[in-house]
Write a protein that binds this ligand. Structure first.
Ligand code: ADP
Length: 259
């Protein structure tokens, strides 16, 4: 029933007199259910908004073209805008589907012993090309590093972190990918000397659709879902993320495994 109506701040302050004898446990459980429902509502609202924006643009451009209201020299620009918006929609939908899949994922049946260094090496050609296009130098320090995990998910994790490190950077910058074991724990480090993330934003960037600078993100059509996907994958692996970032200096994400 909590799902059916709008969850408001008031719900979180409900009096629990009648539940007093058990209040702590029940209250905590109740809060968790409400928070999950609220989260779902926010997500649905965000999805609708994010999908509507490019779709509205596409239908506006198409309408003008169909009505022959666009000057010949302007037409190409309109076609390109339609193409860009359609590509953005596709990326959004792919990421949303991916998050839904991860939500349903179960840990064990999909997990194997995998070498993190090998996973990085397999993605290297694509990442290298991407780095070259942005005039970023990729540095590698890879040691064999076996974790209990899912190959596809770990590949996705590396891709998302490295693509961000390349993109939120400036020409001439670097990205370091380091894989190895430290104090008996397997680690993946992705470090850049890019634009960095202000301290006040660091807690928010793993939220779905959250972007520090929407205009910058829009230039490449970031969906704001990449780090939400990363967080999900990390949780499924019972690993943890350590974020260290200073604006104007750079950012590092360390994923620490314990298996
Ligand atoms: P996006 O599609 O916008 O890149 P993400 O979920 O991958 O979405 O990242 C969320 C936000 O976190 C980005 O919009 C950006 O503001 C910030 N961010 C992520 N990685 C980095 C990084 N390496 N350096 C600086 N900012 C970053």
């Amino acid at each position: 029933e909590a799902m059916a109506r709008n969850i408001t701040a008031k719900d979180f302050q409900a009096p629990y007199k009648e539940l007093a004898p058990f209040s702590d446990i029940i209250r905590t459980q109740h809060m968790e259910i409400l928070a999950a429902a609220k989260d779902r509502q926010d997500f649905t609202a965000n999805v609708s908004h994010e999908l509507k924006t490019p779709l509205t643009a596409i239908s506006g451009y198409a309408e003008l073209l169909a009505a022959n209201m666009v000057a010949p020299e302007q037409k190409m620009h309109f076609y390109h805008e339609i193409q860009k918006c359609a590509a953005r929609l596709l990326r959004l939908i792919n990421d949303i589907i991916r998050l839904a899949e991860l939500d349903r994922s179960e840990r064990e049946p999909l997990f194997n012993e995998v070498d993190l260094a090998e996973i990085v090496e397999e993605s290297l050609n694509t990442l290298q090309l991407n780095a070259e296009q942005h005039k970023i130098k990729l540095n590698l320090q890879l040691e064999k590093c076996i974790v209990h995990g899912n190959r596809e998910m770990l590949k996705e994790l590396v891709d998302n972190l490295v693509v961000n490190a390349i993109f939120y950077n400036s020409p001439g910058g670097y990205v370091l990918i380091k894989v190895g074991t430290d104090k008996g724990r397997q680690q993946l480090l992705v470090k850049d000397n890019g634009i960095g993330i202000p301290a006040t934003e660091q807690g928010k960037i793993f939220q779905r659709f959250y972007r520090v600078d929407k205009s910058r993100s829009k230039a490449t059509g970031g969906t704001g879902l990449g780090l939400a996907i990363v967080k999900h994958i990390v949780e499924l692996h019972s690993a943890e993320i350590i974020l260290d970032s200073t604006p104007g200096v750079g950012t590092s994400f360390t994923i620490v495994f314990s298996c």
